[in-house]
Design a binder for this molecule. Sequence first.
Ligand code: ATP
Ligand code: MG
Ligand code: MG
Ligand code: MG
Length: 438
Amino acid sequence: MYQSIHRLYHHHCLSKIFQPVNLKPKDSNVKKDEPMSLSQKLLVETGIISLRSNGMFALLPLGQRILKKLMMIIDEEMISVSAQRLTLPLLTSADLWKITGRWNSTGQELLSLQDRHNREYVLSPTHEEAITSLLRDVYPLSFRQLPLKLYQITSKFRDEMKPRFGLIRCREFVMKDLYTFDESEAKAIETYSEICNAYDKIFQRIGVPFIKVAGDCGNIGGSFSHEYHYQAVIGEDTLLVCHGCQEATNAQLLSDSVNAVCSKCGSDMATITGIEVGHTFLLGTKYSEPLGGCYQNKQGKPEAAHMGCYGVGLTRVMAAVVEVLTTSDNIIWPWEIAPFKVCIIGPKEGSLEAGVTRWVNHLAKVLSSLPGYEDDIVVDDRHRLTIGKRVLEARRTGYPYIVVVGKKAQEDVPMFELIHTTTDESCYLSHHMLITHM
Ligand code: ATP
Ligand code: MG
Ligand code: MG
Ligand code: MG
């Protein structure tokens, strides 16, 4: 009982949070003249991420909070389609990649290494081989246990030729990858559309407008795929969106993307640029055939499973939402993944009477007990700084709400300033009004 009450009233103090702003890497591998995107600049300047080496970033505590919120959305939507979470090893045996042919076809993006016994491994950029070999090894898995849906949320490594734009194209990044196994192509297509619905929900919950396009199967292969994109100027993919029926496709799929007309309705297509944040593939038996990823069919015989794979780049989403929503030097976070929902700022040390400061702790307690705000309140308790300086920093980091406990908190009816940073509106509210507003 005590523990649950304690948890309910927990809030965080900014003075204790490790948030080294604008940290510059000393690593000699870091290229100094790389182009920076807005999200990279702001996430580094606000101490959310830190560049550690070429194409590799540390997610600092605030970044970790954003990642955790993305993971929670994904976990909930995966539970709703009965997918189960697991973790595969970081290294995958090179033999598996040789069997599927991707050892050669992937090119230099694939980083390989040898252990002390001279065994070769790849630093996994994706896990189709690894997961299919797991199915192979658990045989006989009965047809009754299908569809099987397994996913993980782990770091991937790709030795990108041009790592750039911070978390948008880095070498090490966090991806959620789901793999599905079915009895037949028809059932795999059913699973595919079920997962696509779950993906729609994930992106709806993140809350940033997205475009779903027919995608390029690339080196992963398979029969068809869809990509989820955020429209952004720095997007590296060219997308064609139909003026008539809104059908959209990645230009990579078309041989002649200038003169493109919609294959569905014949209207002209508009060209936009997008950041790919998610990708779904219907794989067929491309991996299960060569690797022996079989289930036991009704006749008791092994049969290659029909697979699908589905990726979301969590760290890329973190940066891409900033690219889409932010128009100035103040980050705008989607409500659901903001590092904290409310930042409370009290008076500068010694500037106001002691009673006013008590409001800071009181509001922190009350707000963190409201549903949806638990663990989401931070107090900027660096009381040696002026209110103005702390408000500027809070705006820059992008907490959706800032509550200022200032001069007006001394009045007979204490009033608090509520700033809604997303809309840039602010107003003074009484204690009661503030709580009902949230
Ligand atoms: P891109 O076309 O941008 O190179 P991809 O098509 O190679 O991406 P997939 O293999 O489809 O990527 O991987 C699934 C998801 O992983 C992507 O939709 C993206 O969100 C994320 N992702 C891929 N490469 C990177 C990277 N270098 N840095 C960050 N995230 C990445
Ligand atoms: Mg790629
Ligand atoms: Mg792509
Ligand atoms: Mg892709």
